[in-house]
Design a protein around this ligand. Structure first.
Ligand SMILES: C[S@@+](CC[C@H](N)C(=O)[O-])C[C@H]1O[C@@H](n2cnc3c(N)ncnc32)[C@H](O)[C@@H]1O
Length: 192
C-alpha cells in the first residue's frame, strides 16, 4: 500500500483499469501531491518516463525520483512556466485544491499542454460541502468544461460517480465516494 487516499476513494482501481487500457508512457503531472504516495505508486508501476508533481507545500521526504515544483494551481503564469519547461504532458491529474475557480484556471492553462488525457478528481466535494464557495462550485466547473467540449477537440469524455462501499472507513461505510472526470485529447499510440 502507498500513502495515498486514492485507495479509500476507489481511485487506485480506477487508474489500474484506465492505464491498463490506455498505456500512456511519456510524462505525467500530478497537481496536489500531499505526501507523494501516488507519485510512489506511479513509480512502482514503471509505466511513465517522467513523473512530475506540483503542490503549494513541499512534502517533507526524499523526492529525488521525481520532479517536484512548488506552485499554486491558481497561478496561471507559474503553471505556464512549468508546462513550457516540462510539458507537454501525456497525463495530467488535478488532485489539488478542488476549488472550482482554481480547477478551471488550471484546466484552461494546461489543456493546451495536454497531449493525452486530463483528469479532475473529487468533483463530489460539491455535494460534501454544498454552498461553500470554492468546492461548492465544482459541478459548475465540470459542466462548464463539458459545454466547451466541441471546441476543445476532445476525443472522449467520461465522468464517474460511485459509492465506495466500505473502503477504509469501516465505521461509516459509504462515506467515501469516487468521483472523477476525464477528457481525452489523444489516445496513446496503438491503443485504439
Ligand atoms: C487531496 S491532497 C492530494 C493527495 C495526493 N494526490 C494523493 O493521492 O495522495 C490535496 C493536495 O493539494 C494541495 N493543494 C491545495 N491547494 C492547492 C493549490 N491551490 N495549488 C496546488 N496544490 C494545492 C494540498 O497542499 C494537498 O497536498
Amino acid at each position: 500500500m502507498f500513502d495515498t487516499d486514492k485507495y479509500t476513494k476507489g481511485l487506485i482501481d480506477f487508474y489500474i483499469n484506465f492505464f491498463n487500457k490506455y498505456r500512456y508512457v511519456g510524462n505525467i503531472l500530478e497537481i496536489g501531491v500531499l505526501n507523494g504516495g501516488f507519485l510512489d505508486w506511479l513509480l512502482a508501476r514503471n509505466q511513465f518516463k517522467k513523473i512530475i508533481g506540483i503542490d503549494i507545500e513541499k512534502p517533507k521526504r526524499d523526492l529525488s525520483d521525481f520532479t517536484f515544483i512548488k506552485c499554486n494551481q491558481r497561478d496561471a503564469d507559474g503553471l505556464r512556466k512549468i508546462a513550457e519547461e516540462h510539458g507537454p504532458f501525456d497525463v495530467i491529474i488535478d488532485d489539488g485544491s478542488h476549488n472550482g475557480n482554481e480547477t478551471v484556471n488550471c484546466f484552461n492553462t494546461l489543456w493546451g499542454y495536454t497531449r493525452g488525457v486530463y483528469f479532475i478528481e473529487d468533483w463530489d466535494v460539491a455535494h460534501l460541502w454544498p454552498g461553500i464557495p470554492g468546492p461548492g462550485d465544482m459541478i459548475t466547473t465540470i459542466s462548464n468544461i463539458i459545454q466547451q467540449i466541441p471546441s476543445l477537440e476532445a476525443k472522449e469524455m467520461m465522468t464517474f460517480y460511485k459509492k465506495v462501499a466500505d473502503a477504509g472507513e469501516k465505521e461509516n461505510p459509504g462515506k467515501y465516494l469516487m468521483s472523477v472526470f476525464y477528457l481525452i485529447k489523444n489516445y496513446p499510440q496503438g491503443s485504439i
